[in-house]
Design a protein around this ligand. Sequence first.
Ligand SMILES: Nc1ncnc2c1ncn2[C@@H]1O[C@H](COP(=O)(O)OP(=O)(O)OP(=O)(O)O)[C@@H](O)[C@H]1O
Ligand SMILES: [Mg+2]
Length: 300
Amino acid sequence: MQALAEGTIFASRYRIKRRVASTRSSVVYQAAHCDLDRLGAIKIKRASGANSGLSVVQEGRILASLHDPGVVSVYDCGLVDNRGYLITEWAHGETVASLIDRGALTSPRAINITASIAHTLHKVHTQGFVHRDVKPSNVIVLTSTGNNDCAIKLIDFGVARALDHINNGTRKSAQWGRVSGTLAYMAPEQLTGRRESIATDIYALGVCLFEMIFGSTPMPVTSENAQAIGIPSESAPFLFGGEVVVRKLLEEPVIPTIDGKMTTINSLLTYMLRRDPNDRPATMHEVGECLDAIALAPSL
Ligand SMILES: Nc1ncnc2c1ncn2[C@@H]1O[C@H](COP(=O)(O)OP(=O)(O)OP(=O)(O)O)[C@@H](O)[C@H]1O
Ligand SMILES: [Mg+2]
């Protein structure tokens, strides 16, 4: 699909302001509603056809059913040139990914941002959904409007699922070799098509916290020929974006030793990144409370 130029009127109501992102699956624009003069984010899927339309309806319905200030509100969804589009509230701020690109965050900031994400995800979980794609580019840290400079908006519920569907087994489990999500942040059970749960989001948030503190993810993804390098039996070769990519599953990530004062963060990271979902914290609430306590500890 051709890029939309600034000033183009989209869906009869939105004036395109600028293109903000171009991902593997979609293009995102910032636009203003012509009458209401309110900003929105327009995500247009690259794929055309019925599935493209269905995927935005699915994402839109999940967003419409969630009520939390930490989750973007949905305005509309539909089809343009046979491609699905979704319009959401514009989140004023910067993604965690772009904060990390400018260098690892200070520990207190990383902890406060992660606590905000954990509290929001807990609400998402209690409202019956798993996000399944928690990663730095799917979290926007809002421009400070007062004393909280770590408030967030969670975006991109494109692969989110109802917990009921997962628990009742009505969702087809991921097939070996065909996964959706983002490899570096995916929990072992997600990579191997085993049952996902809120623990899957807890693992991904652990990877995010690790990356905010250390500047890189704990289990780097290599993009190599799986056959050529010989894959250990429990590693997963995946066809991802047309490439065979490999991420080891056998080991748990090594958490670098950090300053003595931060051993609690180290323990929390180890706990969140356990290979077996049953060995991780039971709820996001527990994670959020733990982070709040760490943030308040005078030693930090
Ligand atoms: N509501 C919003 N407010 C501000 N920026 C947004 C918003 N929605 C999306 N973006 C920007 O667009 C980027 C891509 O959006 P989104 O994650 O929804 O697309 P995607 O195609 O599902 O991405 P991917 O599949 O790579 O995770 C975000 O990382 C963010 O920079
Ligand atoms: Mg995204």
